[in-house]
Design a protein around this ligand. Structure first.
Ligand code: FAD
Length: 506
């Protein structure tokens, strides 16, 4: 068994975090920025759990107003603009079209909800709601005939898994140890936490003064099997699935449809050529790693498209689908969609502190991290909160400055196509420089793996962003999986194996 070496002060780390989803990565970043010695372990790849399977909205949650979850909506609405400022390249404002539907929520109710939505969170950057006549407005043309009144309101959209990676990257740059493909197999409580970690069959020990269980839907498994504690009764698991189909409309707005079962379903522009549709909501039990999209969920989502759009979609036309499991705090609600979306922190200070995270949203990860660090402050004595005014790596541009960055990047590397520059700037922000470097021709970026993925970008992903497998690159660091064929994947795998073998990995 190996020990972390060279670190004194009783325990190896001030804080150990189990789970490299948005919550674990956000906590690691906040803690490292407060001067704490941080270890984050992720059993698979960063964001390989729920944090790559969300609808990818940075939103207040319009639907939550019906449940009167005003505090959650207010906090999330305010957070929307904070997160937008932190990473304006990755988090993009989006306008959402909400058509009125016969027999559904009446206009006065929607108007009231949208009025609250516009005003609850102190909106400064995003435009307000407007009413639209869908029978005349071009936004009505992709829809079936018969729609008249509708509303258009603001929220934001992001790439959830890249948001996780940027948090981990920032944490690492502030001194945190980020260990992917490393599972915490046991943690014993003494004066500090004694952890046993396993990386590809190899075991090592580490100790930490405090521990956070940020294992998302695995939080219950970690509690029982890793920490040998009683079952987490507050945890409820709810599955949600999405499908991706060819682009159903030309403009950049999203649609939010009210469905006959009382649920809402989004249809969002996705990766330039596609539309993302979701989500479903169903109770889940069992191993979160085994979650998969069921045929009846694909049928359900296709039906929603076919009920609302002129274009019809058959299940065979679905180009990608993904499912995720939410961890939610159980309040005993009968329907999964009624379970509260707020987070709960279970704080146990009987000995070395343990905080268990239940629930949470991509949108509110920064606030959740602050709450965790505030709860640990009396024990760990860390510096005060700092993330509200911060930038994530590559996000050091003004909210309105992303177009200027695209123009600057095109001028500096004129051999790149516009869609390529837009993809790179959207993913890496100002850090495109680190990928493109001194390249003067396209060939200088090295061989192309498929689509517009060059060896230069791949090298960056392996060296700085913990990418180890094709899926890490194609689905979590990018969505290039939508554009890669089998042969290109094989080529990518071979090239990556060479890079990793040559020691380019961290
Ligand atoms: P996860 O991302 O699941 O991370 C937990 C990690 O812990 C996993 O990567 C796992 O591998 C790791 N782990 C587990 N056990 C161990 C161990 N023993 N050792 C090491 N690592 C371990 N939120 C929004 O704000 N906007 C949305 O649009 C939105 N849409 C959603 C749609 C769906 C269908 C779902 C399911 C959720 C959605 N959410 C949304 C909520 C959001 O996705 C989740 O709240 C969030 O991703 C949870 O992150 P997490 O870090 O807690 O969990």
């Amino acid at each position: 068994m190996l020990m972390f070496e060279g670190i004194s002060n009783m325990a190896d780390f001030d804080l150990a975090i189990i789970g490299g989803g948005i919550n674990g990565a956000g906590i690691a970043r906040d803690a490292a920025g407060r001067g704490l010695r941080v270890l984050l372990v992720e059993q698979n790849d960063l964001a390989s759990g729920t944090s790559s399977a969300s609808t990818k909205l940075i939103h207040g949650g319009l639907r939550y107003l019906e449940h009167r979850w005003f505090r959650l909506v207010r906090e999330a609405l305010a957070e929307r603009e904070v997160v937008l400022r932190m990473a304006p390249h990755l988090v993009r404002p989006m306008r959402f079209v909400l058509p009125m539907e016969p027999g559904m929520r009446p206009a006065w109710l929607l108007r009231l909800g949208l009025f609250l939505y516009d005003h609850l969170g102190g909106r400064k950057l995003l435009p307000a709601t407007r009413t639209i006549d869908l029978s005349r407005d071009p936004l009505g043309s992709p829809l079936k005939a018969g729609y008249r009144k509708g509303f258009e309101y603001s929220d934001c959209h992001t790439d959830d898994s890249r948001l996780v990676v940027l948090n981990a990257l920032d944490a690492a740059e502030r001194g945190a140890a980020i260990r992917t493909r490393t599972r915490c197999v046991s943690a014993e409580r003494g004066e500090s936490w004694q952890l046993v970690l396993e990386t590809r069959g190899r075991r090592e020990a580490a100790s930490a003064r405090a521990l956070v269980n940020a294992a998302g839907p695995w939080a219950g498994v970690v509690e029982e099997a890793v920490l040998a504690r009683p079952p987490l009764r507050q945890l409820r698991l709810v599955k949600g699935s999405h499908i991706v189909v060819r682009r159903l409309f030309e403009h950049d707005r999203g649609y939010i449809f009210q469905n006959t079962d009382g649920r809402v379903v989004f249809a969002l522009p996705f990766e330039r050529d596609f539309t993302l549709v979701g989500t479903t909501d169903s109770a889940y039990s069992g191993d979160p790693a085994a979650v998969a999209v069921a045929p009846d969920e694909i049928d359900y989502l296709c039906k929603v498209i076919n009920d609302h759009f002129r274009a019809a979609i058959a299940p065979t036309e679905v180009v990608w689908s993904f499912a995720g499991v939410r961890s939610l705090a159980d309040d005993g609600s009968a329907r999964p969609q009624d379970a509260p979306r707020d987070y709960v922190l279970v704080v146990d200070r009987e000995g070395a502190p343990l905080i268990t995270v239940i629930g949470g949203k991509i949108t509110t990860f920064r606030r959740l991290a602050e709450a965790v660090l505030d709860a640990l402050a009396p024990v760990l004595g860390a510096r005060p909160a700092w993330t509200a005014q911060s930038s994530l790596p590559g996000g050091d541009v003004p909210v309105t400055g992303v177009e200027a960055l695209v123009t600057k990047t095109r001028a500096a590397w004129p051999f790149l196509s516009e869609p390529h520059v837009r993809r790179l700037v959207g993913a890496y922000g100002t850090r495109v420089r680190r990928i493109l470097g001194e390249a003067r021709t396209f060939a200088d970026l090295g061989p192309v793996m498929g689509a517009d993925l060059t060896a230069a970008e791949l090298r960056y992903l392996v060296q700085y962003e913990w990418a180890q497998t094709e899926d890490d690159v194609l689905w979590r660091r990018s969505k290039l999986g939508l554009r890669f064929g089998r042969a290109e994947r094989a080529r990518l795998a071979t090239f990556m194996a060479g890079l990793i073998g040559a020691g380019a990995a961290l």
